[in-house]
Write a protein that binds this ligand. Structure first.
Ligand code: DP6
Length: 335
């Protein structure tokens, strides 16, 4: 590419929450999952990112909020895009979340999805979403899903090169407008990151094989429930997948426990609501926050109940969001 000045691209993306969980890798270098997963993208939480490829830079730089951060995983994604574009310049990446980072709200998912979208725009590559999903996956597995909006499946794939392990949309956001209430039970970062936790679990949990073997059945159940808009069926499979993943982690050695007391209380509150006839279910990722998913007409009631749980600091209300998209010039911290 022949150009003189810096190349700039901006994008935003939302986190997603898994209904059928990704936990474990079949290839660490290519970041290929041991199991497929299904998620929904959230509209209420957003990461905004600006990428500037600049001939004056001597390395890739990452600013997260107002602090500098390590750029190793960012460089993995940028290298793939630089190679496709035939551009050798390093980049400055400036990214902001409007929600707590590293506390189980999937900031890496929205972060890498926004990064890849913004860098693609800066380089003028115009890659399609499947290609972007495969590159975002290299930064963080769940980011492969945040490239898309709505209900998204990321298959495990079989090929050693990972070309069949990219996400696709099952339903657009408007296809089934459910509400998601995120109960924040701590603002501290999690003790063990997902990549490390996955490795530990695969190595030491006695339930590892059963986890992998049961996944295709859960994926089929969740996919069918989403396509039929069958709330009860989606509730059953989602809670099962969540509890299986956490049981798998807890049984590893030493056991991995992401929950706190409020996490458990919130789960009981949600199940209590369901027993009273309110269509709601829970899911919890690798952190202590609890997400309640319900039909929008019950969102007020679910929100009230979660706010009443001791230890719940805040409840964020969300709908189903769009995929990662290019934005116009973005003001970032320090501008
Ligand atoms: C529990 O995508 O953060 O949220 O690929 O190692 O970056 P890496 O892991 P990451 O793991 C997410 C795990 C999860 C479940 C899920 O989102 O499916």
């Amino acid at each position: 590419m022949s150009t003189e000045g810096p190349l700039i691209g901006c994008a935003e993306a939302h986190p997603n929450i898994a209904l059928v969980k990704y936990w474990g890798k079949r290839d660490e270098k290519l970041n290929l999952p041991a199991v497929g997963s299904i998620s929904v993208t959230l509209d209420a939480l957003t990461t905004r990112t600006r990428v500037t490829f600049d001939p004056a830079l001597r390395r890739d730089e990452l600013r997260l909020g107002d602090g500098e951060a390590g750029a190793a995983r960012v460089s993995v994604c940028l290298d793939l895009l630089r190679e496709k574009a035939g551009v050798g310049w390093y980049a400055r990446v400036e990214s902001e979340n409007d929600f707590p980072t590293g506390a189980g709200l999937a900031s890496s998912a929205s972060g890498f999805a926004a990064l890849v979208r913004a860098a693609d725009a800066a380089l003028g590559l115009g890659l399609d979403e499947r290609e972007l999903s495969g590159i975002a996956r290299r930064g963080s597995g769940s980011a492969a899903r945040s490239i898309f909006g709505g209900y998204v499946e990321w298959p495990r794939g079989e090929r050693p090169d990972g070309s069949d392990s990219v996400a696709h949309q099952l339903l657009p956001p408007g296809g089934w407008p459910l509400a998601v209430l995120v109960a924040i039970t701590t603002r501290r970062s999690k003790p063990k990151g997902s990549s490390e936790g996955m490795k530990h679990t695969a190595r030491t949990s006695p339930y590892w094989e059963a986890w992998v073997e049961g996944q295709e059945e859960d994926l089929a159940a969740a996919r069918g429930a989403i396509l039929r808009r069958d709330f009860q069926a989606l509730a059953e499979v989602s809670e099962r997948s969540c509890l299986k993943m956490h049981a798998l982690m807890m049984a590893s050695s030493p056991g991995l426990l992401y929950w706190n007391g409020a996490t458990v209380e919130a789960i009981h509150a949600i199940r209590g609501l369901r027993h009273e006839g309110i269509p709601v279910f829970f899911t919890v990722d690798a952190g202590p926050q609890v997400k309640a998913i319900c039909l929008p007409s019950f969102a007020d009631e679910v929100e009230r109940a979660l706010r009443g749980v001791g230890g719940v600091l805040e409840v964020i209300r969300s709908g189903i969001g769009d995929g990662a998209r290019v934005t116009h010039a973005m003001p970032v911290v320090g501008d």
